[in-house]
Design a protein around this ligand. Structure first.
Ligand SMILES: Nc1ncnc2c1ncn2[C@@H]1O[C@H](COP(=O)(O)OP(=O)(O)OP(=O)(O)O)[C@@H](O)[C@H]1O
Ligand SMILES: O=c1ccn([C@@H]2O[C@H](COP(=O)(O)O)[C@@H](O)[C@H]2O)c(=O)[nH]1
Length: 237
């Protein structure tokens, strides 16, 4: 089997990836499959930070459309990511690898607060580090969080796991004629407004020369396969 192409990465999982076909809530079978994949990847010797979205529970914009102030809606979204991290933490440990949730919002009775040195120590010990509550600030997304944490924690790449197998010329769910890129620069992704990630995330990745690999989480062992250089994906960078 091929050696992993990176030694330390951030994996970005969308919240929806935890919800199977329903788009809402947490499907325990899916969580177990993803946890097994993360544990197998950690066992290959790859240090893994995992940023999880919250779209399967709350998105700040949607909550604020119902009359809640946007910063409050965003806080609800960040709290949703904590729930997703806690369910994954338990599943990764059941799969035989130690895991720690570090939250950007302080909640001392639930999990540890994020701090760069603590995250680095946990990564170096081979623990899967679940990075919860996004950046801790409203008006951001977990895509931007993933790139920010990758830059802070000296990661070599961001692996963006989603429900499409790469970056397309347009949203492939809306435009069946969209073509997949094998490789695209950060600049082009920004200029063409390729919405698979938000512009802030692409801009931060460009400034920090961080590659982003976009791939589908649909199959078994998807993260492990990407790190072995297998399967379909798009390299941004
Ligand atoms: N040019 C494009 N190439 C590929 N995908 C695109 C493009 N434009 C829009 N998309 C859409 O972007 C989505 C990727 O977002 P993703 O599933 O990662 O959700 P998220 O908003 O990051 O997470 P959450 O579900 O937690 O809110 C895909 O569903 C895809 O349909
Ligand atoms: O730094 C952050 C990250 C996230 N949020 C809020 O959480 C939800 C869920 O995150 P997704 O990236 O959409 O999965 C997001 O809609 C924001 O409301 C945040 O405020 N700050």
């Amino acid at each position: 089997m091929a050696d992993p192409i990176y030694k330390r990465v951030i994996v970005k999982l969308s919240g929806e990836a935890l919800s199977a076909d329903k788009g809402f809530g947490i499907d325990q079978g899916v969580v177990e499959r993803i946890a097994a994949d993360l544990a197998a990847t950690a066992k290959m010797g790859v240090e893994l930070g995992v940023v999880v979205g919250g779209g399967n529970i709350f998105r700040g914009v949607e909550v604020s459309n119902r009359g809640v102030p946007r910063p409050v809606g965003d806080t609800m979204g960040m709290l949703a990511t904590v729930m997703n991290c806690l369910v994954l933490e338990a599943a990764v440990e059941r799969a035989g690898v130690e895991a720690r949730t570090l939250s950007a919002l302080t909640m001392t009775t639930v999990c540890e607060t994020y701090n760069r040195k603590r995250a680095m120590k946990n990564l170096a010990k081979g623990r899967v580090v679940l990075l919860a509550a996004g950046t801790g600030n409203p008006f951001f997304t977990t895509d931007t969080t993933a790139v920010l944490r990758a830059a802070e924690l000296d990661c070599q790449a961001v692996l963006k796991a989603t429900n499409v197998d790469g970056v397309y010329t347009a949203d492939p769910k809306k435009d069946p004629s969209a073509k997949r890129y094998e490789r695209v620069s950060h600049q082009e992704a920004l200029e063409k407004d390729l919405k698979v990630m938000d512009g802030a995330a692409f801009a931060l990745a460009r400034e920090n020369r961080l590659p982003i690999i976009v791939f589908s989480m649909a199959g078994k062992g998807a993260v492990e396969a990407v790190l072995r250089g297998e399967g379909r994906s798009t390299l941004v960078g």
